[in-house]
Write a protein that binds this ligand. Structure first.
Ligand SMILES: C[S@@+](CC[C@H](N)C(=O)[O-])C[C@H]1O[C@@H](n2cnc3c(N)ncnc32)[C@H](O)[C@@H]1O
Length: 195
């Protein structure tokens, strides 16, 4: 990550924390990924040489910046979907500032729709960071759209363990995948689709 992007990600992190501090309604918050988790995901993109990445839940693009920088280093591209047009517009502006706009296909789209329209094995990596109660219903498509050996990362599995318990039970019972929980940030569950 170059100096400009490091400065921008620091700035956005601070902005996000301040923005969310006085918002009692969770849905009004930006809910950006913790910097440690963002760094972990960016490292995993590079380590796995992911070139086709799908992010579900853009918000204002904090995690998108980290992922896009890493995926560009691999010569790849990513798609990031968000329901809220204003947030997606903010993400576009932040990606512009970072010189990363051309790496990311930003879509105003429901995560379920993005998944159902994805081809089998389309994605090297998927980052899931949207509304947790829906995750269980995404599972069949999540496995289908990951390429064999592909990686799924899910945030907030420790901070909101109760809300993802049913999703986690599905993952654990599915012998097509393996999983490991990293206690970084809010807890990132890593799931690999077996070859
Ligand atoms: C936790 S925030 C994402 C934070 C972002 N990944 C980051 O680190 O900056 C969740 C975002 O998902 C969006 N969202 C919620 N449900 C969605 C859905 N079904 N499809 C697409 N986006 C959704 C919300 O509007 C919100 O901006």
């Amino acid at each position: 990550m170059d100096e400009n992007l490091t400065t921008l990600t620091h700035e956005l992190h601070e902005y996000g924390v301040a923005h969310d501090a006085d918002k009692p309604d969770r849905l009004d918050r930006l809910r950006n990924l913790e910097p440690d988790s963002a760094a972990l995901l960016a490292l995993l993109v590079r380590a796995t040489n992911a070139r086709n990445l799908l992010e579900l839940g853009t918000s204002n693009g904090y995690s998108t910046l980290w992922l896009a920088d890493a995926v560009r280093a691999n010569g790849g591209r990513m798609t990031s979907v968000e329901l809220d047009p204003a947030r997606s517009a903010e993400a576009a502006s932040n990606l512009d500032r970072a010189g990363l706009r051309s790496v990311v296909d930003l879509r105003i789209q429901d995560a379920a729709d993005a998944l159902s329209r994805s081809a089998d094995s389309q994605w090297d990596m998927v980052f899931l960071d949207a509304e947790r109660p829906a995750y269980r219903s995404y599972w069949p498509d999540l496995v289908r759209v990951l390429r064999p050996g592909g990686l799924l990362a899910v945030d907030n599995v420790l901070s909101h363990a109760d809300q993802v318990a049913d999703f986690r039970a599905l993952v654990t019972a599915d012998d097509r995948v393996g999983e490991a929980l990293t206690p970084t940030g809010a807890g990132v569950l890593l799931i690999v689709r077996h070859q």
